[in-house]
Design a protein. Structure first.
Length: 379
């Protein structure tokens, strides 16, 4: 199998370390008065051989690197006139350069809306960040109903409006919550990484195939993280507040409403919501649970299977396999916020030889008002 530039870089490190060790060993041996000359000459021969191997690898490395740099300089500025194709070509150039360990040209960064001119951290350009955060490849049901932003150090009020003669929050569950937790939500930063495997075959593919492969993997990772933190039964330490199923000891922080059947529990949960939240309420639940409800209600009548979930349960439904217990509420008060500066880098899987395009992001999910939600449980 032909050696790549990355292989040669690794070989240079290995041979270079062996050469340095051989030189040191020769000097130590030569400084010993009782050392035999044939031992010293053997070490000199070993050093000479390693030096020759190192020089061959270095020459090949410099040649291959020059060829790749010339190739990149030829490809990167050459974009299609169509803005969409121009951006796609720029994204492909950024991915290839990152995985190959090369600098990304200013033309590519400019095409992607990069505003990081410091030359420091690798900040994902604004075009790619926007598409990853707002145009998910994998469907995350919460994307349809929750609030999503990308603002650093975001702070927002829990109640979006108030009237001077309104008693909406007087002597209610909401009033108690605001008194206990305050009326402002502050978002923090919780780091996670997404890895998009990139093989030599994918790197050599068309811009379209390369970008679709990497974007699909990264967007899938973001969607999976969002759902995982929102429906975690056992959240990671520090991430407890992100889950609808968060507990205070053994007690659920979000009010649970029980029913003899899951259908009745969902109906009761909707009815239990304050009117202002009930008007905009939606349901997230597992599709398997919904089909069980239909089977129980239909009682052999096939007509009910054709009805829309909203017609059956009374509120719009989004299906999510992680929603072990249906969550009913006004999802405007479920708010995801990303730090706008998403960092990209590369990493090599030494077991497979596949390179990863790595995305490091910071996320927080705040349930701005717990009283805007109910959890339906079968008693």
């Amino acid at each position: 199998m032909a050696k790549t530039l990355f292989d040669i870089k690794n070989d240079l490190v290995t041979i270079g370390a062996a050469l340095a060790a051989a030189k040191q060993e020769k000097l130590v041996k030569a400084s010993e008065p009782e050392a035999k000359m044939e031992d010293i000459k053997a070490l000199e021969t070993k050093e000479t051989g390693l030096q020759a191997r190192f020089d061959i690898l270095q020459k090949e490395h410099d040649s291959m690197e020059a060829q790749q740099r010339a190739s990149l300089q030829t490809k990167e500025p050459t974009f299609n006139v169509d803005p969409k194709n121009q951006i796609q070509s720029a994204k492909a150039a950024l991915i290839r350069a990152t995985v190959k360990g090369h600098d990304v040209s200013p033309d590519v960064k400019a095409a992607l809306g990069d505003k990081n001119s410091t030359g420091g951290e690798k900040i994902l350009p604004s075009t790619m960040t926007t598409e990853l955060l707002h145009e998910p490849f994998v469907k995350n049901p919460l994307r349809e109903i929750s609030t999503f932003t990308s603002v650093r150090n975001l702070e927002i009020p829990k109640i979006e409006f108030q009237l001077d003669d309104d008693d909406f929050i007087d002597d209610t569950e909401l009033a108690k919550e605001l008194k206990a937790t305050g009326d402002v939500v502050s978002f923090s930063r919780y780091k996670f990484k997404v890895f998009a495997p990139v093989s030599e075959t994918i790197l050599a593919a068309t811009d379209t195939n390369l970008v679709q492969t990497v974007d699909g993997a990264l967007q899938s990772g973001l969607a999976a993280k969002e759902k995982k933190v929102a429906y975690a039964k056992t959240p990671k330490p520090g991430e407890e507040h992100m889950s609808f199923y968060q507990k205070n000891g053994a007690v659920s922080v979000i009010k649970e409403v029980a029913g003899t059947t899951l259908f009745k529990a969902i109906k009761s949960a909707i009815a239990d919501l304050p009117e202002d939240f009930r008007e905009n309420a939606k349901i997230t639940m597992r599709y398997a649970d919904y089909m069980d409800i239909i089977e129980d209600l239909a009682n052999g009548n096939a007509t009910l299977y054709q009805a829309q979930p909203e017609q059956v349960l009374g509120k719009p439904v989004e299906f999510c396999d992680l929603a072990e217990n249906p969550v009913v509420g006004d999802y405007r008060y479920s708010h995801f916020n990303y730090d706008p500066e998403i960092i990209y880098d590369r990493d090599k899987n030494v077991r497979t030889g596949i390179w990863d395009f790595v995305l490091t992001a910071w996320i927080d999910h705040q349930i701005k008002l717990k009283s805007a939600f109910r959890i339906a449980k079968k008693s």
